[in-house]
Design a protein. Sequence first.
Lengths: 490, 445
Amino acid sequence: MKRLAAGLSLFAALAGAAVFGQREAFRRVPPPAEPLLELRLPLIDSIVLNNGLSLAVIRRENAGLTVIQLLLFAGEAYSPSSEPGIATAAANVFGRTTQLLTPSAVEDRLGDIGGTLSVRVRPDYILFTYRFLTEFFEPALDLLGQMILQPSPSEADLNDVKFSETIDFVELDRNPESVAPRHLIRVLFQGHPYGNAAFSRDAIRNWSIRDVNAFTSALYRPNNAHMVVGGDLNLNEAARKISHVLGGSLWPSKDLPASPLRPAQAPDRERICLIDVPRSQECMIALGTVIPTPALQDRYALNVLSQVLGGTPASRLFMNLRESKNYAYYASCDTDFLLAGGVLSIRAKVKPESVVASVREIQRELALLAREPLPAEDLEQAKAYLINHFPLQVESLDLLTERAVVNEARDEGDDFWNQTYRQIQLVSAERVFDAARKILLQPFVIVVAGDKNLLSSRMNAFDAVEVYDNLGRLQYTTSRDKKGAQNEAR
Amino acid sequence: MNPYRTPFRRWAWLPVLFLAVCPEVRPQTAGDAVHFALKNGLEVILSEDANLPIVSVAVAYRVGSADDPPAKSGLAYLMETLMFSGSANVAPLQHINTMYRIGGNFNASVTEDRTVFFQTVPSHYLGLVLWLESDRMRSLEITPESFEMARNDHLIELRRKRLEEPYLESRMVFDQAVFPGSSFHQPLEGTEMSLTNLSVQDARSFYTEDYVPNRAVLSVAGQFDRVRARELIARYFETIPRGSDIPPASPPPTVPETKAFTRTLADPIATSPAFFWGYRIGIPTAAERRALRLLEYVLIRGASSRLLRRLLGRNNKIAYQVNGGLDIRGDQVAFRVFGVVGTASMLDVCLNAATNEIDRLKRTSVPDDELLRAKRAFQSDRLDSLATPTDRALTLAKAFLSMPDFAAYPKEMEQVLDLTAYDLRVVVNRYFGPDKMFIVKAVTK
C-alpha cells in the first residue's frame, strides 16, 4: 500500500512537473522580437534669418521644458596658436555679466525662468545649451538676447573661470584616464589647430579679458552660428520671436576671419609616449591615428569597424584584453569626425604589468582588420547595434536638438535622420575592409599614462619612447641601440 | 557624493481574455501613468511616451545596504552584480550580451534602501527584456564560481578605492552621526572583513528573501501598446511565486539622542581639506518632507541658491567645491553638505558662513522672489526627471518605493508649489537646531 501511495505521489509529482513545465515552456527560450516600430523623428524646419543666423525648430508638443542650442564655429581650433584655450575661456565667460545685469542678476533671471545654461567646447565649435520652463519663453529669449548683444565680461568673471579650470585640471592631471587621451590629441595634431584642444593648465594664466573680448567679437556672429529650438512652437513663431530679439541689425553679421582649419594629415611615423602620472596605481593606453577628411560612406564604414573593434564590452578588444587575457579593466574604440579630419582612437585601462602585452594585442587586432574582411556575422551584428542604438542616442530633447544642430552646421543634408539608417544598412564588408586598409595601416601614436616608476622598465620593450610629465612637457627620450642597450637623451 | 551610483558592470500570445482572469488587483492611476498590482504582489507602473520607438524597463527591489545582515555589509551591493550571473534559462553574461546585441542601454544601482535594474531598448524588444528580468526574479542561479568572481572583483575595487579616494572615513563618521541607531549608515560596499565573511549561502538566502515580486516594482515607460505590455507582464511575471511578506512596519525607531559634535580627522590621501556638515532630521511628516525639499532648493540647488552663492560666489569664493542636499534613506532624512577648501583655516570660514545662512533662514522669511525661483527650479527638475523613457521609468519606480501613497505623486508638485515661506521657516526652526548639527573636518596629513 505504501509502495502504491509512493508510486502515485511520484506520478502526481511528475505529471505536475510536466504540466507546469509545459505551461512555462515560454521561459526556456527568449521571445522573438516583435515587429519593428517605425522611427519617426520630428521634422526639422529651418530658415536663415536676414543676419545670416541659421535657425531650425524641432517641435515637441506639450514640452514643459524648451531647449535652445546655439552652435558657433568658435571651438578650440579657432584659438590663436599663441593663446591656446582662449575659446574655452570665452565660452565659459559668456553670459555671466551683461551691460545691464550683474552676475548675481543673471543667475536670478535664470532662476526666474527655471533655467540653466551650459556650454561644451569642441575642437570645431562650441555649443551652448539653454533650457527653461516653456511658459517663460519670452523672458528666456530676452535674457539670451542680453547675453549675446550686451556682453560685458569682467576681469572677475575671467578670474573665476581661470580658477575653476585650474581646479579641474589639477584633478584631471592626476588621472591617467584623462591624461592619456589628451596627450594623444596633442601629438596627433601637433602643429595643427586641433592640437589646441589639448592645451595644458600652463596656458590658463595667459588668458586675458582683452583676448577673450577680441575672440568673441570676431567669432560670436550670426553668420557663424546655428541655432535649434526644441519645444512646443513652430518655425514661424520661433523665427518671429527670435528675429525680434536677435535678428537683423540687432545682432549684425560681420566678415569672419579666415578659417584656421586645414585638412589634418596622418602621422608620418609611429610614436610611443610615456606620460608620468606619479603615484598612479593604474595605467591608461590611448592609441590612435588621424582619419584624413573622410567621405560620408567611409565614416559609416569606420563606425562599423570601430563598433566591431571596441564599441561595447562584447566587442573584440574588450573580449580579448579583459575577458580572455585579463590584462585590462576595459578597452574600447571610438571615432570622432571633425570638419577637417577625424580620429580613430582606442582606450584601454590596463594593469601596469600588462602594458606592453596590451599594446601588442591591440596592434594585432588592428592588423587583423586590415588583413581580412569582416566575417558576415560580425558585420551584421555591428550594423544591427548601430541601427538599434540610434534612437537611444537622441532619447532626450537636448540630445535630439544637439544632433540636429551639429548636422545642420555640417550641412549634411535635410534628411539625415533617415540617412543615418540608410547609410548604415549600405555598409558592406568590402567597404569596411577598404576603410580599414586605408586607416589602420597608417602610423599610430601610442600614449601610455601611469607612474613612470612602475612603467619605464617595461616600456624598454619598445625601440624608442618619448617621456613626458603629466602637463605634457617632454622630459627625455629613450632609444635602443644596435646592441639592445637603452640610451637616454634629454 | 551622489549616493545613487551607476557603476559599470562586466559583464503570439495569450488572448485578451487572459487579462480578465489574471492580472490586476488594484487598478489606479498616477498622472498619465497606470498603476496596478499582480496577484503575487508585484507592483506595475506603465507610462506611455510615443516620441521615440524605445522603451525602458526598470525593476526596483525594496532592498539595499540597510538590509545587509549584521557583520555582512556589502551583501546587497554584491547581489547587484550577481543578478547578472545567470538564471534558470539565461546563461551567465547572456543578459549583458543580449543588451549589447540589440543596441540597448542598461545599468544597475544600489542605495541604502533599494536596488534598481534598468534597460532601455528599441520597443520591439520589450518582450525580451521582460523575459530576462522575470527569469532572474524567478530563478537566479548563484554558483560558488560566480559568487567568488563577484566577491573578488568587489574586493579589488574596495582596495583601489581605499588607496585612491579621499574622505571615505570622514564620510562614514558623518553618516553614523546623522543616521544613528539604524543600519542606514552601514558602508554600502562593505568592508574587506565583511566581504570575506560572506558565503554563497548568504547570497542565496538574501536573494530568496528579498528579490521577490511582492517586494518589487516594475516600471515600464516609452512607446508600447498598453494591452500588449499587460499581456507580456502577466505572461512573464504572474506565475513567479510570491515571497514572504515584508514584516509589518515597526514603530518608528527611537533615535538615540546623539549630541551634536565637531570632529577633525586626518586623511592620509587627501590633498585638500574638506568638510561634511549637516543636520540630523530624523523622520519628518510628509508635509514637512515637502517643505524640506523646497528648502533644499533655497539652500543648495542652482547657482542662485544661498550656500552656493555664499561659498562659491564669483567675488568671494571661499571653497573649491560644494555639493549636497537632502539625504533620504528609507523614512529617515538628513541634510548634508560636502565641501573642499584650499587650506585648513578656510574650513571654519566656510562652516561659519554656512551656519550663518541657516541662522538667517530661522530669523527671516525667504523673500517671495527667492521662494519663486526655488519653486521653478524644483518644477524644472521634476519635468526633467520625467523627460525621457529611461528617466521616467526610474523616477516612477523610485517614487513608488519612497512614497507611502503613489497616487499622491502627481499632486506632489502642486503641493510643493503651494508652500509658503512660513512653511520653510517652520521646518528650518524645527530641524536645523545646533543640537542636531554635525561637522566632520578632514585635514591633510
